[in-house]
Design a protein around this ligand. Structure first.
Ligand SMILES: Cc1cc2nc3c(=O)[nH]c(=O)nc-3n(C[C@H](O)[C@H](O)[C@H](O)COP(=O)(O)OP(=O)(O)OC[C@H]3O[C@@H](n4cnc5c(N)ncnc54)[C@H](O)[C@@H]3O)c2cc1C
Length: 287
């Protein structure tokens, strides 16, 4: 257990938040569902904890032009209550993180900044082409989530940067995220897959597929998505996409599953996820 203390700061504005995060040894504290166990295990030793939850700009979901803006400190419980189809792949993930108590605390921004290969909202953020807004005393930058992850639990965000919001473009189509776990709840993904399909006159005109827990980071599989474009997403096209997904994965043996089992699960999970995204795309009305 860590023996050193820390300073707790509770900014109310983004200006104060980024000033506080510039302090040496500062960590943003959102729901704390990752940070607190990491600190207890001695994996991190924050000198300053900067609570992001009381900054109004970091809370809530709203439509801004042609995108949906999600404040980084929006809890997964609040997110899960949203109606509408345009965030489906993200919401599918948000609704299954931990238990109800976890989701009341845990935030979307925390899931993204933790950058676990098995993070349940991350494949959805990838297929829906989300963009992270990072802010520090040096200014603002917008990083597509596809460029965010650099390794297991690593990303391009600097310690002094606050994740302020995540923007998801509003698009036609249907999306979905499914994961395989050994238990129904309170388990982390052994394998996760998200898909987004845009269908016009019964033909797929655009697609994205992402995989989680089977590579060092959650990642898109463009080759798999490309095989679906121009098809009706029939059995043969989906089988081809699944082959590309398996080829793009590099799972390891760990406490949650073996490499062999992950590879075996990946194909049917990809197929199920694509079929759910297709059903939603065919039934979808504009968001
Ligand atoms: C019992 C339990 C079950 C869980 N089950 C799952 C699960 O099924 N699936 C899953 O994906 N995860 C799971 N988790 C992990 C965790 O709940 C999620 O990753 C959660 O989304 C983290 O969000 P948080 O708000 O608690 O982040 P925190 O723990 O507060 O922060 C996590 C990291 O992100 C940084 N950070 C947070 N917000 C910001 C910000 N706005 N700007 C800059 N940096 C920031 C923090 O400094 C820290 O490094 C579980 C955790 C527990 C304790």
């Amino acid at each position: 257990m860590p023996t050193t203390g820390f300073t707790y700061l509770r900014p109310l504005t983004v200006a104060d938040l980024i000033r506080d995060l510039a302090e040496p040894g500062a960590f943003a504290l959102a729901g704390g569902t990752d940070l607190v166990p990491l600190r207890a295990a001695g994996a991190i030793t924050p000198a300053v904890l900067v609570d992001v939850k009381h900054v109004a700009e970091l809370r809530g979901v709203e439509t801004e032009g042609d995108a949906i803006r999600i404040g980084a400190a929006t809890t997964l419980a609040d997110l899960g209550e949203r109606d509408g189809r345009s965030l489906d792949a993200i919401l599918d993930g948000a609704k299954i993180v931990g238990a109800a108590q976890t989701r009341e605390r845990a935030t979307l921004g925390g899931n993204l900044c933790r950058s676990s290969p098995a993070g349940d909202t991350l494949c959805g953020l990838l297929v829906l082409d989300a963009v992270a807004e990072l802010q520090s005393l040096d200014g603002i930058r917008h990083v597509p989530v596809r460029d965010f992850f650099t390794g297991p639990s690593r990303n391009v965000k600097k310690p002094s940067e606050a994740l302020v919001s995540i923007r998801v473009p509003v698009r036609e189509g249907g999306s979905a995220y499914r994961r395989f776990t050994y238990r129904r709840s309170m388990d982390l993904a052994v394998v996760g897959v998200a898909a987004w399909l845009s269908i016009e006159d019964g033909v797929c005109v655009n697609a994205a597929i992402a995989i989680g827990a089977v590579a060092p980071t959650p990642r898109l599989v463009p080759a798999a998505a490309e095989t679906l474009v121009g098809t009706t997403c029939d059995d043969e096209a989906i089988a081809h996409a699944c082959e590309h997904v398996v080829a793009a994965s590099s799972p390891i043996d760990d406490v949650r599953g073996t490499r062999d089992h992950r590879l075996r699960v990946l194909r049917p999970l990809t197929r199920d996820t694509l079929l759910l995204a297709l059903t939603r795309a065919l039934g979808s009305s504009p968001p």
